[in-house]
Structures are given as C-alpha cells and as structure tokens.
Design a protein around this ligand. Sequence first.
Ligand SMILES: Cc1cc2nc3c(=O)[nH]c(=O)nc-3n(C[C@H](O)[C@H](O)[C@H](O)COP(=O)(O)OP(=O)(O)OC[C@H]3O[C@@H](n4cnc5c(N)ncnc54)[C@H](O)[C@@H]3O)c2cc1C
Length: 288
Amino acid sequence: MKDIIIIGAGPSGVSAALYAKARGKDILILEKEQIGGIIGHVSKVSHYASVDKNETGESFRKKLEAQLKYSNIEVVYEKAISIKKETDKFIIVTDKDTYEAKKVIYAAGSKLKELEVDEIKSYHWPFGKEDLLKDKLVIINGGSDGAAKEGLYISKFAREVHIVQDKDKLLCIDEFKKKIEDSSNIIVHTSEKIVSKVSNSEIKLSSGKTIKDKDEILVFVQIGQSGNSDILKNLENFDLENSFVKTDIESTIDGLFFAGDIRVKSVRQVSTAVCDGTIAGIKASQSL
Ligand SMILES: Cc1cc2nc3c(=O)[nH]c(=O)nc-3n(C[C@H](O)[C@H](O)[C@H](O)COP(=O)(O)OP(=O)(O)OC[C@H]3O[C@@H](n4cnc5c(N)ncnc54)[C@H](O)[C@@H]3O)c2cc1C
C-alpha cells in the first residue's frame, strides 16, 4: 500500500508529489495522458513567474517531467476510473490495475468543452499544427483569455482569423485585447454563435451571416472547461458546481485532498494550482 496516491500530473499534482516525496513518503502518481496537464498544450505559458520569454506549453511540461524524474517520483500512465474509501485506506481502480493508498490527492483538473455542432470538425490546440494553419481562414470560438491567446498564435500562420464569441465584447485581459486590436488579420464577431456548416468552406453564425472562404475553414474551440469529476460519483458528501468540486484542499472525507483546477475557485492559473498542490502535499504528508 502506498502512503499517498496522486491522481493527475498537471502542475498541482506534480507540486503535491514534490512536497510529499521530500517528506519521505512512498508516493505514486497516476496520469492518464501526459505529464503537464492542460498547460502542456498551450502555445505560450503567460505570466507564471520564472517562465522563459517564449515558454511553450510543451517546454514547460518537459521541465515538470524532468523534475519528477530527477526527484525519483514514480508515474504510472493509467486512467483512474474509481475511488473507494474503506475504513483506513482508499482503493483506486484504473483502466489496468488496482491500487491502495492511505491518502489520496485528487488533482485531475479539467477538460476543454466541445463545440456542440456535431457536423463541424473542430480542434482545440494550434501548437504543433502550424503547417495545417498556413494561409488558411481559421475560426476560433470563444472570447476569454485562452481563446484570445490561441487566436493570436494562429494569426502568425493563418491568412485570416475570425474570433466568434457569444458575449457583446471580448472578455480577455487587456494585454491580449490590445494585440488583437493591433492585428491586421484578426476579425472579432461579438454576440454570435457558430450554428451550422453550410459547406467545408462556409460556416453559419447565429445572426444568419456566414464566414466563407475558397478553401476549407478550420475551426478551433476554446469555450471553457469542465471538471474531471466523473469518477468521484461513488463517494458521498460531494458538492459539485458545474462539474467542479466545492471543497477545501482538505476535504470532508478523511484522507482525501483536492488540489488545482478541479476545485471551485475564482482564479484558475498555474500559480493557484501549484499553491494548492503544495498545501495538499504537505498536509497529506503531515496527516500520515
Ligand atoms: C487555453 C488555456 C491557456 C492557459 N494559459 C495559462 C497561462 O498562460 N498561464 C497560467 O498560469 N495558466 C494558464 N492556464 C490555466 C492552467 O493551464 C491551469 O490552471 C493548470 O494547468 C491547472 O493545473 P491542474 O494540475 O490543476 O490541472 P490540469 O492541468 O488539468 O492537470 C490535470 C491532469 O490530470 C490528469 N487526469 C485527469 N483525469 C485523470 C484520471 N481519471 N486518471 C489519471 N489522470 C487524470 C490529466 O490528464 C491532466 O494531466 C491556461 C488554461 C487554458 C485552458
């Protein structure tokens, strides 16, 4: 049986692991995809203290991966599918195995919401798709920081970028707003939704107008996130708000801790995820 199992190797899970390992605990991280979490996919990691000028999600996630490796922290690439609490331990079943732990830190973060128009093929992340974007007309759906940042990245390669969002103004930070205003190839459509595909080269918006090109239009979606909370349904005493868990880092279930974006919180950034992970790693260790 492990002292602590951490579910998720995003910034919060990695931080929790580093602090618990330093306290001599026998720990294991379960990760379903790749070390780094959602930030590992972004075109640029902005504003987090210590990042390089052009830190990409990929370079940032590789640093986390290297840190786990030189800290001798074991990561198993399996998807946790259920957590059960017994008197003095937790049983975690994954898609491949079953594990036992005295304490669990749930740091499973969130996933991006999908466009609810099935007939339109869409993507989330432009990083790594630069060749595909070249000279294309691209629509990015969403108006918050994530959409604005990825839209700006797309505009370096695409011929024209159309930001389509349902609010009456962009909701992103001033830094991105200014760059979008100064851009010569970004067009913003406010109070609009993507409703259907007329053809591969024509997309219809809610007002009835269409965005049209001579070639296939690529659609990227950044319309928010939902919490990865499905596997918590078997546990009692859980309060979810739009799929995120309403909880302190130390939950009402003895021995179960929560860290990072999975929690209901007003600011979801790497710094707040790392902060949660630090506290969870230390508190879980102290409780053993
Ligand atoms: C488009 C976009 C741009 C952003 N840009 C910035 C930025 O520039 N600066 C900044 O500070 N923040 C940024 N953020 C926010 C930042 O990415 C998050 O706040 C941070 O990644 C949260 O970390 P986390 O560890 O809580 O969760 P996540 O990063 O979501 O990591 C959770 C991990 O858990 C794994 N997992 C989930 N379910 C399971 C399971 N059942 N079993 C095993 N593993 C599982 C996932 O695969 C993932 O690796 C951005 C977010 C988005 C969406």
